[in-house]
Write a protein of this length. Sequence first.
Length: 348
Amino acid sequence: MVLLQIYEFYSHIKLEINEYESIDYPYIYDSKTDILKKRILIIGASGQIGTELTLCLRKKYGNSKVIATDIREDDGTLSTDGPFEILDAMDYKATEDLIIRYEITEVYLLAAMLSATAEKFPMRAWDLNMTSLFNVLNLGKEQKVKKIFWPSSIAVFGPTTPKQHTPQKTIMEPSTVYGISKQTGERWCEYYHKKYDLDVRSIRYPGLISYKTAPGGGTTDYAVDIYHKAVKHQKYNCFLNQETTLPMMFIDDAIRATLSIMEAPKEAIKVRSSYNLSGLSFNPTEIAASIQKKLPDFEIGYTPDFRQKIADSWPQSIDDTAAQNDWAWKNETSLDKMTSIMLENLSS
Ligand code: AKB
């Protein structure tokens, strides 16, 4: 019996070291012990960012180290190769139990209600967006988890914010429920860092474009929907008008940014509210023109709805000098490159 226990102990260590050695990215800042102890919990893993982030983190740290959770059952994408648990992000006790059971060291909180849906259900959006954040911040304060990633958004800006090259620090008077929840969340992240030395890190994501998982309930979602119509050779009727320029980014760049900020040394992270992040800026006519270079017959029409007002309150382009200086951020994917990748993957 004792021999069996010794064997199990050593085979466990061996497995971990093997997983570590199979990792194909260099580690700059974490020690080997930190890497071996790393256990990541993703809350809201089945969404647009969560799916790709989970797959990427598993590739990097090993499947068993990244625990995906969502309020919905998984379709096999995240539960086949690694642990998947049902979790309501508003349930403090259930979140705490998972953190203890899996010996979690880092949490990525991605559960949130986005801008368009939040305007329809203001109180539900506020409850979800704030309660889930307080749950992880308080678990961090109690030292049950060491590091936290929480996404903010360009929605923290409002109609009185300068629209071009919006600075890191500027007027912030968001006019949407989602924006108010993200702006408040940023204040709380900074507060928990200053008051309790909590290592919480954040990015203000622009609209994200991806093909693996569709976004849901956002104002920038048109820039994903348009590709789905284009590959079916259908006309796209856009819910924003043709002049609506918004900050956007291809998902690969967004995931790379997320990993970069989380891997940077603690002292490098000087902004503890949330970092501006710039990728692309385009309007519906420009994305349609990019698609027409590949599919000349593609057509777009315009029927703006309530989302126009949300989009009109947001910046058109973002100044991300702070992210460039503090953790070497640089966007890579151009509009035309993104169009090629989107059309190719959605057609296959
Ligand atoms: C939304 O449109 O609500 C989101 C965002 C910009 O945060 N994509």
